[in-house]
Design a protein around this ligand. Structure first.
Ligand code: GCU
Length: 661
C-alpha cells in the first residue's frame, strides 16, 4: 500500500491578506518546452490555493504574469529576474529552468505574504551543480536513512508514482538540479540499474525529473563490466572494458531524457576500483568520462578513500590525511567532465571537523563539496540539528590558496579557478515517512541546503525564516520560537556530544547514542587518544602532520595549539585536562560545563516547542514533541556518559560540584 505523504514547505495555506490577488489573473509564456509548462502549472496551482485565483492563459499583451525567455539577458539558463510594475509581474530568464526557479521564488514571496509592488529581484544560482545523493538501496532500505524506506525502490523494483513528482517538485522548488537516486555502495541488483531491466521505470522517472529541470544520475559499480558484462577485469586501461562502458553510456543517454552521468565510490570501504589493477583514480575516472563525454555527461568521483584497517600503534597513519594523500598528486590529471566530490571534512560528517584541505589544495581539478543532511552523526533526525550554520561556515572558510576569492564557496562555484563543472551536493535526508524527513524540523535542512546552494549570500537566519513561513505560516510567535530552536540546535547538539572537534564518540556501526570508546578500539582509524592526562589527536607537524596539508597560513593556525581555533582544539592537538582555554577555564571544566549546558538547552528547546501547542497543526506538534522529549532525555544520557568518562579518567572534580557519576 502506498504511504500517504504531505507537501512539506509546498503546503499552501490561504493567504490572510489578499493584497496580491490582482497580480494573478492570467499568465503568458513564450517558452515552449516542458519546464516552461511546469512553471505555468506551478504558478496556477499556487495562485489558486494561496489566493483563490484561477489563472487563465493570456496573451503577451493582456497577461498579468509573463514568464519570458529573453536571450542574452545575462541571466544564463538558470538565473532569473522578477520585475513588478503597474500590477504586472514579469519573470525573465535565458532558460526555462530559470523561469521555473523564478516562479518558485514568487510563490515563496506569496507564502511569506510579502508585497509584490515594485519588486525587482535578480538571481543567478551560486553553484552550477546543486545535487542530492540518495543512499537508497533496491530492497527499499536506505543506508543512513532516518525517515522510513525508500520512495525510489522497493523489493528490487524502481518506483515511479505520484510521490516521484511530489519529490521532484520539492527538490526543484529550492533549486536542486541533479539527483542520484541510488546508494553509493552499489551492490547486487543496484549494479543492474544501468542494464535495460529497469529502462521503462527509469525513463519515466527521468522524464518527471526533466520536467522539473532535474538531471537523473546513477551511482555505479566500478566492477560492473565483470558482474554484468562477463569480463575478466574492470581494468580502466583494458580496451574491452572501455568499450563496454561506451556501449552502456550510448544506451543510457539514448533512452533517458536529460540523463546526467555517474557517481562513483571506488576503492573505498570495500568497493571495487582502479587500485585493483594498479591504476590511478584519474585513470579510472577518465575512462568513464570518455564514455559519457559526447553526451555532455559527467563523472562524479568521490574522494572518500582511506585505509579502514589501520593499526592503532601506528601514530603516523592518519585517516584525516588520506583524501589529500590520494588525490593531490592527481591534480590536473582528470578530464574536464570529471568532478571530484569531497566531503566537507577529512573524516566523515562529524558534528565539527575542519574543512578538507583538498579545497584550496586542488587547483586544476573540478571539485564539488559534499555535505550530509541525513543526520548520521548529528542525531539521526531524532534530535533537531539545523545544519545550515555548519554548511555556511564551511563555505565561508578561507583556504588561503589565493589573495582573495579563496573561500570554499569561491572554489565550488568556479570563481577561484574559473571552473564550470563544480557545485555542492548533500546526502539526502528523505524517506517515505509522511513528512519526508522523519523529524518535521529536519525538513529545514533539505529546504535550506537547496536554498543555500542556489544563493550562498543568504544568511542561515533568512533561510530558516523562509522555511518557517512556507511550512508554518507567518505568525510572529511561531516564527520567533521555531527560529530560536533551529538556531540553537547545532551548538546545543555539539555541547552535549563529543567535545572540541574530537568526534566519533558514538556507538559503532549505527552511529547513534554515546559510546566514548566505541571506536577507540575499533579498526577504522578514528581515535580520541584519551588517557588519564589528556585527550586529543596530535595532528601537528610533530604528530601525524595532517595540519601541514593546509596552505601555509592555515597550517600555522592549526599546527600550533596556541593558534588553533578552540572548537577544533582536540582535532589537532593532544591537550592536558588542566590546560587553560582562552575563556579562562580548564579543558576538563569546559567539557563538564558544555555538557551540562547542552542537556539543559535540549530541555529548553522542548519547552519552547511545547509552548507552540495549538499554534501548529496537532499532528505536527505531537510528532515533534515526541522526538524532542526523546532528545531531551537522550541529551542527559550523553551528558552523563561523557562527563563520567572524563571524570574517571582525569579524577578532577567539577568545580561546581554537580552530579557526575
Ligand atoms: C560513511 C557512512 C557509510 C557510507 C560512507 C560513504 O562512512 O557511515 O554508510 O557508505 O560514509 O560516504 O561512502
Amino acid at each position: 500500500m502506498e504511504k500517504k505523504y504531505e507537501k512539506a514547505w509546498l503546503s499552501y495555506r490561504r493567504s490572510r491578506n489578499a493584497q496580491n490577488t490582482g497580480h494573478f489573473g492570467s499568465v503568458f509564456t513564450n517558452g515552449t518546452g516542458v519546464v516552461a509548462e511546469t512553471a505555468v502549472s506551478e504558478l496556477q496551482g499556487a495562485a489558486k490555493e494561496l489566493l483563490g485565483c484561477h489563472m487563465e492563459r493570456g496573451s503577451w499583451e493582456e497577461a498579468s504574469v509573463r514568464l519570458i525567455l529573453e536571450p542574452n539577458c545575462g541571466l544564463g539558463e538558470e538565473g532569473y529576474e522578477i520585475r513588478e510594475s503597474a500590477g504586472r509581474l514579469t519573470v525573465a530568464s535565458e532558460g526555462e529552468r530559470g523561469l521555473l526557479y523564478g516562479v518558485f521564488a514568487c510563490i515563496r514571496l506569496l507564502q511569506g505574504e510579502k508585497p509584490l509592488e515594485g519588486l525587482s529581484v535578480r538571481k543567478i544560482p551560486s553553484a552550477p551543480l546543486r545535487m542530492l545523493n540518495h543512499w537508497d538501496n533496491m530492497d527499499g532500505s536506505i543506508e543512513r536513512g532516518y525517515s522510513g524506506d525508500s520512495f525510489f525502490f522497493r523489493e528490487d523494483k524502481v518506483l515511479v508514482d505520484d510521490r516521484t513528482r511530489a519529490y521532484a517538485r520539492l527538490a526543484s522548488s529550492v533549486g536542486i538540479n541533479a539527483v542520484v537516486i541510488n546508494n553509493v555502495n552499489v551492490k547486487g541488483s543496484a549494479t543492474r540499474l544501468i542494464e535495460d531491466d529497469y529502462s521503462r521505470e527509469l525513463e519515466a522517472m527521468s522524464e518527471i525529473f526533466a520536467g522539473y529541470g532535474i538531471a537523473l544520475y546513477l551511482s555505479i559499480n566500478f566492477a560492473a563490466p565483470m558482474e554484468l558484462g562477463g569480463h575478466e577485469s574492470a581494468d580502466p586501461c583494458d580496451p574491452q572494458v572501455q568499450q563496454w562502458w561506451k556501449e552502456k553510456a550510448a544506451d543510457l543517454y539514448g533512452r533517458l531524457p536529460g540523463f546526467g552521468g555517474f557517481l562513483v565510490k571506488a576503492d573505498s570501504e570495500g568497493r571495487p576500483g582502479p587500485f585493483t589493477y594498479g591504476r590511478t583514480h584519474a585513470e579510472g575516472a577518465n575512462m568513464l568520462a570518455d564514455a559519457v563525454a559526447s553526451y555532455g555527461g559527467r563523472i562524479i568521483w568521490r574522494c572518500f578513500v582511506y585505509n579502514c584497517q589501520q593499526d592503532w600503534r601506528d601514530k603516523k597513519t592518519d585517516r584525516a590525511k588520506s583524501g589529500y594523500d590520494n588525490f593531490m598528486p592527481l591534480d590536473g590529471k582528470f578530464r574536464d567532465n570529471v568532478i571530484l566530490q569531497i566531503k566537507n571534512g577529512p573524516m566523515d560528517f562529524q558534528v565539527r571537523e575542519p574543512v578538507s584541505p583538498l579545497f584550496g589544495g586542488l587547483e586544476h581539478t573540478n571539485s564539488m563539496l559534499e555535505v550530509q543532511i541525513a543526520q548520521e552523526y548529528t542525531g539521526q533526525q531524532r534530535h533537531v540539528c539545523y545544519l545550515l550554520p555548519m554548511f555556511k561556515q564551511v563555505l565561508e572558510f578561507k583556504t588561503c590558496c589565493r589573495e582573495d576569492h579563496d573561500r570554499v564557496r569561491d572554489i565550488v562555484t568556479g570563481r577561484t579557478f574559473g571552473q564550470t563543472n563544480c557545485g555542492i551536493v548533500a546526502v539526502a535526508n528523505t524517506g517515505d515517512d509522511e513528512n519526508w524527513t522523519g523529524h518535521d524540523l529536519a525538513a529545514a535542512n533539505l529546504f535550506g541546503f537547496g536554498r543555500l546552494s542556489f544563493d550562498m549570500d543568504l544568511s542561515v537566519e533568512e533561510i530558516a525564516e523562509e522555511w518557517i513561513a512556507c511550512t508554518f505560516g507567518n505568525d510572529p510567535e511561531i516564527m520567533e520560537k521555531i527560529s530560536k530552536i533551529l538556531m540553537m540546535s547545532w551548538p546545543t547538539y555539539e555541547k552535549y556530544t563529543s567535545p572540541l572537534g574530537i568526534g566519533w564518540m558514538v556507538n559503532p556501526g549505527y552511529h547513534y547514542g554515546p559510546n566514548v570508546d566505541g571506536y577507540e578500539y575499533d579498526r577504522w582509524g578514528t581515535y580520541h587518544r584519551a588517557d588519564h592526562k589528556g585527550i586529543g589527536v596530535d595532528r601537528s607537524p610533530t604528530g601525524t602532520g595532517y595540519s601541514e596539508q593546509y596552505r601555509r597560513q592555515n597550517a600555522d593556525m592549526y599546527g600550533k595549539r596556541e593558534n588553533c581555533p578552540e572548537e577544533l582544539l582536540l582535532f589537532f592537538h593532544h591537550i592536558p585536562y588542566d590546560y587553560r582555554l582562552s575563556i579562562g577555564k580548564t579543558l576538563i571544566q569546559h567539557i563538564y560545563d558544555t555538557h551540562f549546558e547542552g542537556a539543559s538547552e535540549a530541555k529548553e528547546m522542548l519547552d519552547i516547542w511545547n509552548s507552540l501547542e495549538s499554534k501548529v497543526p496537532e499532528t505536527v506538534f505531537e510528532r515533534v514533541q515526541k522526538r524532542m522529549e526523546h532528545q531531551a532525555s537522550h541529551a542527559e544520557e550523553w551528558r552523563d556518559q561523557i562527563n563520567t568518562y572524563f571524570y574517571r579518567k582525569s579524577m578532577i572534580p567539577d568545580e561546581q560540584g554537580r552530579k557526575i557519576y
